[in-house]
Design a protein around this ligand. Sequence first.
Ligand SMILES: C[S@@+](CC[C@H](N)C(=O)[O-])C[C@H]1O[C@@H](n2cnc3c(N)ncnc32)[C@H](O)[C@@H]1O
Length: 308
Amino acid sequence: MTRPDRIVPIGPGGNRARFPRALTGLLALLASLSAPVAAQEDPTPPSVGTPPRVIDRMLSLAKLRSTDSLIDLGSGDGRIVLEAARRGAHAQGIEVRADLVAASRREAERLGLTQRTEFRQADIFAVDLSAASVLTLYLSPEFNERLMPRILATMRPGARVVSHDFPLGTWRPDAIERLDVPEKNYGRGGESVVMLWIVPATAAGRWRASIGDGSLKQEFVFSIAQQFQAIEGALLSDHGYRRFARAALHADNISMTLDGAPSPYREGSVTARIEGDRMTGIFRFRATEAVGAVFRAQRIDTRPDLFE
Ligand SMILES: C[S@@+](CC[C@H](N)C(=O)[O-])C[C@H]1O[C@@H](n2cnc3c(N)ncnc32)[C@H](O)[C@@H]1O
């Protein structure tokens, strides 16, 4: 299966109009994070480490579990990888400097963590990210922006990406936390910002859907426009597209409020899981919230020829 583009532009105002007012302050914070740090003209990240209390917040925000497989891109002295392994996860560090890779391996040995850690001397832009369920970054705005398309194209829906201090281009974080870090005398001196992104499934495109089975089966077509985790949907009827009152995407879980589906379903909501070019889930009637019928959809076009 060829993977469709994850990022499809949403019409003017469509995405932004949904941001709650409370997010405005956080978005201003994000804008400030994108501004280059005056003293750092070269975008190559220097070898400075993330303070332990910030690592703790990063791993907590990612909800790291022992079943996770973490990659730290630009792993420096290996501190994030070692802490993730100490918490039971399998963790891999990718670092360009041979001396830091060697020091990380020595530290893993000293701590008895060699079974769950791996340190590789490699370029972060040449690494396969598809097996990672958690990705950690403390790089630079420029490096993060370059990495973003590959994260979206290759990481599994539901994978968590956590960055210390730097945003991921224009991809809005799912969570942001600011911490006082008095001992930090570099970058954002005295404070750190930690951001989390959940990799969304690709929902964009045109879908042929059915609700119900047998004689109660009804078919229709709907379209989804997507910008990262923000989506909008519309149902195609004889009178053109009719926008969904609500559509939301979290990892590979999609929910949509339908209005104008074929009778007897007409008004209700769908919750479904996206797997490649298929969705499967359930339809609930709006009036009763009772489970109405099985919902299935198949992607028939990945192009954003939506709402025309
Ligand atoms: C700011 S440090 C972060 C270290 C560690 N991740 C932490 O948070 O404590 C960034 C690291 O990225 C490494 N680095 C820079 N460019 C790289 C590249 N292209 N490939 C791999 N590592 C790189 C640097 O050598 C440095 O050790």
